[in-house]
Design a protein around this ligand. Structure first.
Ligand code: PMP
Ligand code: GLU
Length: 397
């Protein structure tokens, strides 16, 4: 008999990882699939970072690290936050984990009590509501459509806050939309939050460096709020290090202590060698970060131009990350070869099986009218993928 815990039964599997796996399976069967599903840089980790890891292995960095991470890594993160973001933290206010994913989940589990509400603006990254459910909290979804560039307004935030609200999860630049909150927009949200002292902000800034409008703006810059903001960031996206699994939080010391207590019983400090690599990423040359950012910007321009030429797509111009999130609901109700498209998941499956392009349906991101494409791939793949998508969609009547 199936005796999985209720906690697990209430959890949805990660749609991004599921679609990526499905695409890999088709590829293994010999189908020429272009994978625009999973969001990870297609670049290799820069050489100086790899060299630091090799050195760490040779120098026997092979034992347990402190739960929060080595002091040298945390000091490097403190310096990064000061130099790049103008924010003051101490090493005691930093805790490193196995990727930003664990950092978000650690923070939610540390702050949220059963029944607490957590505001999650939609479209959202697939894992946020599931993590809130793991903590037995209630995700409160606030929808922002393409007409408002997928960003919530201060009025929407104000309307969503109740006495039970414990936190807001804000992701900028955003996965899955690529939208970026400007300093003025963040100030508007901060003004609302300043009036509600029980609300904490989990600011997921993992796409900080993949930003096409210049300087990254953090909501932690508003001093009236800083004591209630937990920044989440890490090396995965900026330094093409998704497999190394190093993320961190920066926040009030009492929250960081809570996270350390949780992590100490749960996973301990993250991988020692990866921490040495992450230290090299933060202290070494930043030139590769800018090179990769430029490549992503060029690809953004390319995919936006091509996607705008697809009849039936409505396209926003993403200002960060590496996702395009076109509205595609005009195809719902249409059919081809006896197969009817009723929603974004049907459309994603149709594009995979007929067009051989893997995307992720918007439903799991809280935006069933859209579909997500990751353009962290070559220009050739982008051109061919959109050509295939256009051709497959044109068959739908
Ligand atoms: N937050 C967002 C918005 C993401 O897209 C990702 C990528 N999976 C993460 C967090 C997790 O990053 P990491 O690989 O460092 O766990
Ligand atoms: N952030 C990436 C994505 O959304 C990685 C997959 C995941 O961790 O969900 O595709």
């Amino acid at each position: 008999m199936d005796t999985l815990s209720n906690r697990l039964n209430s959890l949805s599997p990660s749609a991004t990882l599921a679609m990526s796996q499905k695409s890999a399976e088709l590829k293994a069967q010999g189908v020429d699939v272009i994978n625009l599903s999973v969001g990870e840089p297609d670049f290799n980790t820069p050489d100086h970072i790899k060299a630091a890891a090799i050195k760490a292995v040779e120098e026997n960095w092979s034992r347990y690290s402190p739960v929060a991470g080595y002091p040298a890594l945390r000091n490097a993160i403190v310096a990064k936050l000061k130099n790049e973001n103008g924010l003051d933290y101490t090493a005691a206010q930093i805790s490193c984990a196995n990727g930003a994913k664990q950092s978000v989940c650690n923070t939610i589990l540390t702050l949220v009590n059963p029944g607490d509400e957590v505001i999650v603006p939609a479209p959202f990254w697939v894992s946020y509501p599931e993590m809130v459910k793991l903590a037995e909290g209630t995700p409160v979804i606030v929808a922002a459509g393409i007409e408002q560039d997928f960003k919530i307004t201060p009025a929407q935030l104000e309307a969503a806050i109740t006495p039970k609200t414990k936190a807001l999860i804000l992701c900028s630049p955003s996965n899955p939309t690529g939208s970026v909150y400007s300093k003025e927009e963040l100030a508007g949200l901060a003004a609302v939050l300043a009036r509600h002292e029980q609300v904490y902000v989990i600011a997921d800034e993992i796409y900080e460096h993949i930003n096409y409008i210049g300087r990254h703006e953090s909501i932690a810059q508003f001093t009236e709020l800083k004591e209630r903001v937990v920044i989440v960031n890490g090396v995965s996206k900026a330094y093409a290090m998704t497999g190394w699994r190093i993320g961190f939080i920066a926040g009030p010391e009492w929250i960081v202590k809570g996270v350390n207590k949780l992590q100490g019983q749960y996973t301990s400090g993250p991988c020692s060698v990866s921490q040495k690599a992450a230290e090299a990423a933060y202290t070494g040359t930043q030139a590769p970060v800018e090179e990769m950012r430029k490549a992503f910007e060029r690809r953004r321009d390319l995919i936006v131009k091509l996607a705008k030429e697809v009849p039936g797509f409505e396209v926003n111009v993403p200002q960060g990350a590496f996702y395009l999130f076109p509205k595609c609901s005009s195809f719902y109700g249409k059919s081809a070869n006896g197969r009817t498209i009723n929603n974004s998941d049907d459309l994603a499956m149709y594009l995979l099986e007929v067009g051989h392009v893997a995307c992720v349906g918007g439903t799991s991101f809280g935006a069933p009218e859209c579909i997500r494409m990751s353009y962290a791939t070559s220009d050739e793949n982008i051109v061919e993928a959109i050509r295939r998508i256009k051709e497959a969609l044109a068959q739908l009547k």
